[in-house]
Write a protein that binds this ligand. Structure first.
Ligand SMILES: C[S@@+](CC[C@H](N)C(=O)[O-])C[C@H]1O[C@@H](n2cnc3c(N)ncnc32)[C@H](O)[C@@H]1O
Length: 270
């Protein structure tokens, strides 16, 4: 028969040992991380030891536990796609406030976090999740199945798979760092997360510029474009959007008060 007092002591010492390992690896919040890993792995001792070793090697916490929270969802996370970031949750709010019905597409869906949240929280007839990366799209499909949320997923480059005037909103958190900024990122991000999710070429605009150009083709009159951006290029993106013919162009702040999103509308007149 199991002895609950002994079990508690065993868990307590496993957590303390793990916290020592994580602290020695330079993690400041070692005890809390150990507890979080323990909880996320359901108290499986064998997996717990392996996970602590991976975390001590610098692997990001969501990849170690295989779980990442985004809005109301707990998604599967692994190296096939970028770890969803808290600031991206705000992009979903902006879209829901402007276009919460009809047909939408999420370009560069990664784990599927944006598309799945929109499908869960909005009243859309169709949500299309697009990515060029086959492994990322596979993860998005697993997340859709795991959550029991229905979306369509398509492997394609940018908006090339979309018909003219087929969407009410086009959403994207694209790669938006310059190659130089990418190489200056924290080594932990570069070592573990996919480069194609972050590096957008010499000017950081390799994906945003085509979205600004072709977005006008795929949206219906009055349809919305919502992009996540780097604050350093927000004004430049807004300038380019207005020059490309977008209307109601605005830059919106994220939860940290940084210029983070671009909103723009296709003219209502056809
Ligand atoms: C910054 S990540 C965003 C992932 C996810 N939407 C999120 O917010 O966490 C950008 C995604 O765009 C995808 N991507 C990059 N270039 C692309 C392209 N030309 N066409 C389609 N997807 C692309 C990458 O594979 C990556 O999954």
């Amino acid at each position: 028969m199991r002895d609950p007092v002994r079990d508690r002591e065993t868990v307590g010492s496993a957590l303390s040992d793990a916290a020592v390992v994580l602290r020695a690896a330079g993690l400041s919040d070692a005890r809390r991380e150990a507890l979080r890993i323990w909880d996320d792995l359901g108290g499986d001792t064998v997996r717990f030891h392996g996970a602590i070793a991976r975390r001590a090697e610098g692997e990001p916490l969501p990849y170690v536990t295989g779980l990442s929270g985004f809005r109301h969802l707990t998604l599967r996370a692994d190296r096939r796609a970028l770890i969803p970031r808290p600031e991206t949750e705000g992009l979903v709010d902006l879209v829901l406030r402007r276009a919460c019905t009809g047909c939408i597409a999420d370009v560069g869906t990664g784990s599927g976090c944006i598309a799945l949240s929109l499908a869960q929280e909005g009243g859309y007839t169709s949500v299309l999740a697009i990515d060029r990366s086959a492994p990322a799209l596979e993860l998005a499909r697993e997340n859709a199945r795991g959550q029991g949320i229905s979306i369509q997923s398509v492997r394609a480059d940018l908006t090339t798979a979309l018909a003219a005037r087929s969407l009410d909103a086009l959403v994207s958190n694209p790669p938006y760092l310059t190659s130089r900024e990418y190489h200056e990122l924290d080594a932990g991000v570069r070592a573990w997360e996919p480069m194609e999710a972050l590096d957008a070429g010499l000017e950081g605009m390799d994906v945003i510029v085509p979205l600004l150009q072709d977005g006008l083709r795929v949206l219906r009159p009055g349809g919305w474009l919502a992009l996540e951006l780097d604050a350093r290029r927000a004004r430049e993106c807004a300038r380019r959007a207005a020059a490309s013919g977008w209307e109601d162009v605005s830059i919106q702040p994220d939860l940290f008060g940084r210029d983070r999103y671009l909103l723009a509308r296709r003219s209502i007149t056809p």
